[in-house]
Write a new protein. Structure first.
Length: 261
């Protein structure tokens, strides 16, 4: 008899849901681009359930919520720390992982794991938008481009420019000044990636970087950002197509463990 468990990661800017079969196989998944306080979590759950062939959370053997908005889900009463879930999810995809860099919508964090995949230490930036996905959103709006365009524009850059401000508001002013000077958008994008890499890289260095280094979160889909971070920390960064689902997978794995107990 198979065991089906669900993990839902309710972030500030996105809702991610995963359904696992026997703690091994992803049979349902969803990423909805709105997070806590919106219809996102309910839509994420509904989509993942439908993909897995279920109609309600109560039909599953277990479910755990994690993330910024984990306490707001009545249909998933069990909750778990997003740090533990990120560690668990990363170890599922990359059994040799020792360092996780996660850039979320409203925070960024670096986690150090032991050989068994257990969380040993972490450093988090949740006081400032600089070094987060929100920072990229703000800059993309100023440049009048889509978030998905950042990676391609980064590749087209031919000149190094420095965005020195570590504050989103001041960095936005710097970008506007660069535009007024006629600086190419591609060079500005590269400069922004470098600035974020400096901010996030310092978090990773404080936690103590060890290979294998994994990057999770939606920003990990941006290869320009990964290149900038690799240059900053001096390590190869691995990622997967499921980088956004990392926390949700960890929550589903914890739910599976609970069922087995």
């Amino acid at each position: 008899m198979s065991i089906f468990t669900m993990g839902i990661d309710v972030g500030s800017t996105a809702s991610k849901c995963v359904i696992l079969k026997d703690g091994k196989e992803i049979v349902g998944k969803s990423v909805i681009s709105v997070g806590t306080g919106t219809s996102g979590p309910a839509r994420a759950i509904k989509q993942a359930l439908e993909e897995a062939g279920f109609t309600a959370v109560s039909e599953l053997d277990g479910a755990i919520a994690t993330g910024y908005g984990r306490h707001m889900l009545e249909e998933v009463p069990l909750q778990m720390s997003e740090l533990s879930c990120h560690a668990k999810g990363a170890h599922f995809f990359f059994p040799k992982v020792r360092t996780i860099i996660d850039i979320g919508g409203q925070d960024s964090k670096a986690l150090k794991l032991g050989e068994n995949g257990m969380l040993e230490n972490f450093v988090m930036n949740d006081k400032c938008a600089a070094g987060t996905g929100r920072f990229l959103d703000v800059i993309a709006k100023v440049l009048e481009i889509e978030i998905d365009d950042l990676e391609v524009l980064d590749e087209q850059s031919t000149q190094e420019i420095t965005i020195s401000s570590t504050c989103t508001v001041f960095a936005e002013s710097e970008v506007i000044s660069q535009l007024a000077k006629g600086t190419k958008i591609s060079d500005i994008v590269r400069g922004i990636h470098t600035a974020i890499a400096s901010r996030v890289g310092s978090l990773a260095k404080r936690v103590g970087i060890k290979d294998e280094v994994i990057m999770t979160g939606g920003v990990a889909l941006n290869k320009g950002m990964i290149r900038a971070l690799e240059k900053n920390i001096g390590h190869t960064i691995h990622t997967s197509e499921y980088c956004q689902l990392n926390g949700a997978v960890g929550a589903a794995l914890f739910a599976y463990q609970k069922c087995n107990k």
